[in-house]
Design a protein around this ligand. Structure first.
Ligand code: PLP
Length: 398
């Protein structure tokens, strides 16, 4: 056949989440959107901060249209990269340089670029992910030519299990991907966890005589509901690349804007940055959307109002646990990770679906027996779904 079968496979088989989301749209047209309790997609429900829209309008009227919509340099406009690096420097005390920032189309592009930059062609490189993990990691890692290795978490807390990690690392390990606050669990990895993780990475890099890179996937950094702090990984491990996105932090998922930051303390940071530029070039991710680069440059300190998420989290966590569900209490992101009330999460999903409640079975996230509830929805949807969640629990638990 004259085309790539692997790509055909990816294109013809949608992710479980997309599959459910499509079903939800069809079902809404049949019974009305207000009767479908769709918790499938991590699409922010709070608006972007007003200064984002004001900045867009100001840019459109103030800047000349040719330069506003024109190409920036491949790695991003220098003034924007300066704004980003100043922001990292002042928030996290890292001596960041604009020459180590690469503007991209969100975290998905950032991850694909970093993996492509690090993984050797025709090698047997491996990349470790920590369950539960964002399902697209598998696509990005395999596309870069590496093998996915899953490290299992500590039961109950879902923190990284240092012992399991140590057992999974070997001389082929090229990188690990850390996502905190986590999709799908909402867990924030503690400083203790991060120290244990980075101690192992340092020890093993030395033992194998090559660097094991840490890729920090951080789209949810700003979405935290308790006083836990989210450690900035460059401060714990110099061989870190941060993949940041404004999709969730500024509610701009459709605008495709984010960045890669290479740690300035990395020994060969300039070479790694050039490999990032090369990977961006080879994947066609040059010049992230110009208008939104400029918006970010001007709205670098803007924030979305996360109160709605906090309220939804509290209502769902308190209600579901009172009905008998076992939930991991999320400190961040906008997901509730719930143990299915039977072994097979897909069967549980089907039962919930019969009550018009759409949750995501999490087998593909590397842990069996759980479902994910994305609570980035209107409070009315959360409240409307509670009787159904209660009825489902009663069906199982009596
Ligand atoms: N990483 C994680 C953990 C995510 O949950 C997502 C999106 O939901 C992404 C990366 C990709 O985000 P972006 O829209 O920035 O490409």
């Amino acid at each position: 056949m004259g085309y790539n079968q692997k790509m055909f496979g990816l294109g013809s088989k949608r992710s479980v989440i997309r599959e459910i989301f499509e079903y939800s749209k069809t079902r809404a047209s049949e019974i009305g959107a207000e009767n479908v309790f769709d918790f499938s997609l991590g699409n922010p429900s709070v608006p972007a901060p007003s200064e984002v829209n004001e900045t867009i309008k100001a840019l459109l009227s103030e800047k000349d249209s040719v330069s506003l919509h024109g190409y920036t340099s491949a790695q991003g406009d220098l003034s924007v990269r300066e704004a980003v690096s100043n922001n990292i420097r002042s928030r996290f005390g890292v001596n960041m340089s604009p020459n180590l920032i690469y503007m991209t189309c969100g975290a998905a592009a950032s991850l694909s670029i970093c993996l492509k930059a690090l993984v050797e062609e025709n090698s047997d490189d491996e990349c470790i992910v920590f369950a539960p993990f964002f399902t697209e990691y598998r696509v990005f890692i395999e596309n870069a030519g590496a093998r996915v290795v899953i490290s299992d978490p500590v039961q109950g807390t879902l923190q990284i299990d240092a012992k399991d990690l140590e057992a999974k690392i070997n001389e082929r390990t090229k990188a690990v991907i850390v996502n905190s606050p986590n999709n799908p669990s909402g867990v924030v990895y503690t400083e203790e966890t991060i120290k244990a993780l980075t101690d192992i990475l340092k020890k093993k890099s030395e033992e194998y005589g090559h660097v094991i890179y840490l890729i920090a996937d951080e789209p949810y950094r700003e979405l935290v509901y308790t006083d836990v702090s989210v450690p900035y990984l460059m401060n714990y491990y110099k061989n870190t690349l941060v993949c940041y996105s404004y999709s969730k932090s500024l509610s701009l998922p459709g605008e495709r804007i984010g960045y890669i930051a290479v740690c300035p303390d990395m020994e060969d940071c300039v070479s790694i940055y050039l490999a990032v530029c090369g990977a961006g070039r080879s994947l066609g991710y040059v010049c992230a959307p110009s208008l939104f680069q400029h918006v970010i440059g001007k709205c670098i300190d803007a924030k979305v109002d996360i109160e709605v998420y906090r309220e939804n989290r509290d209502i769902l966590y308190n209600s579901l646990t009172s009905y008998g569900y076992e939930c991991v209490k999320p400190d961040g992101a906008f997901y509730l990770f719930v143990r299915a009330l039977e072994e097979d999460a897909y069967k549980f999903y089907e039962k919930a679906k019969a009550h018009e409640v759409l949750v995501v079975p999490c087998d593909d996230f590397g842990i069996k027996g759980y479902v994910r509830i994305a609570y980035c929805v209107d409070k009315a949807r959360v409240l409307g779904a509670l009787p159904a969640f209660k009825a489902i629990a009663e069906e199982y638990l009596g």
